[in-house]
Ligand binder design. Sequence first.
Ligand code: UDP
Ligand code: MG
Length: 317
Amino acid sequence: MKKSLTLIVPCYNEEDSLPIFYEAVCDVAGTLEHCDVTLLLINDGSRDRTLSIMRELAAKDSRVRYISFSRNFGKEAAMYAGFCNAKGDYVAVMDADMQDPPSLLPQMLEILETQEYDSVATRRVTREGEPPIRSFFARMFYRIINRISDADIVDGARDFRLMKREMVDAIVAMCEYNRFSKGIFGWIGFRTKWLPYKNVERVAGETKWSFWGLFKYSIDGIVNFSQAPLSIASLMGLLLTVASFCAIVFIVLRRLIFGDPVAGWASTACIILFMGGLQLLCMGIMGQYLAKTYLEVKRRPHYIIAETNDESAKLVG
Ligand code: UDP
Ligand code: MG
C-alpha cells in the first residue's frame, strides 16, 4: 500500500521563500512513486503575504493544507501544531527557507524504509555564512547542555528530520508548554540515523533569530532539560556556609588570643557584596525554574488557529 508523508513547514514572513520552496518540494514529490506527499503549511502570524500565498497554493493544489495562527506563537508552537495535525505515516519538519534541502528527502525515506531506524535527522557539519561569535556560543551551548542533561542533543542538529508515526505520537504526548524540540527529540529516544550535510544559506528573506533570541532559547533548553543549575546553586551555598563557619571560628580564636585591632572594613564590604551577588544569582536561578513552572501550571494552549482549510484541525491545542 502507498504510504503517506506529511511535510510540516513553519512559516513566519516567508513570502519570498515559500513559492521557491513549494516548487522544490513538488519536484521531489514527483520522484517519490511509493509515497503520497502532503504539505502542512503553518502560518505563524506572518505580517507579509505569506497567508495569501498559502491560500493560493491550497486553491490550486489539493496536497496543500494550511493552518494560520491568530498571532506569532514561535517556531516551537508551529511545529507542535504541525505534529498534532499531521496525518501521514511519515512526518518531516522543514524550514521554508530552503536551508533544509528537499533533495535529501528521497534518501531519508529510503533509509526509514530499508533500515532499522525510526527517524532520520540532519545535522550540518559546517556553519558557513554564520557570524563567528554566534557559532562560538552555539558550540559552547551544546557542550554545556550535553554535560548537564540527559537529553542527547547533537551539535549542529537541525529540526529537519523525518519520523515514523510512533515517534510523532510520542512527541505529541510531550505536551509541555515550554518546548525545546531538540531536547524533546533526544529525550523520547528511538533509533535515529544522522545525515551530515553542508550548511546552506537561506534563499530569500532574513533569519528570524536575533542573538538575544537565541540566548533566551538556549536558557530555555537548559532549564527544560536539566536541574543542574539548581544543584550548582545549592552546592555553592553549602560550600560558602562551611567556609564562613571556618572563618568565624578563626576570627573568634584570633580575637581571644590577640585582642581586637579595628581593621579590614574593605574586605568586609567586599565579602558582603560578594555574598549579596551570589544570593541574587541563586535566587535568579530558582526564579527561572519557578517562572517555567508558573507557565506550565497555567496550561495555556500552545497555539490558536484563526484560519485553516483543514476541517479536522484542532483549532486550539
Ligand atoms: N519561524 C516560525 N516562527 C517564528 C520564527 C521562525 O515559524 O517565530 C520559521 C521560519 O519561517 C523558518 C523556520 O522557522 O521556516 C526557521 O527560521 P529561520 O530560518 O529564521 O531560523 P534559522 O534557519 O536562521 O535558524
Ligand atoms: Mg533558516
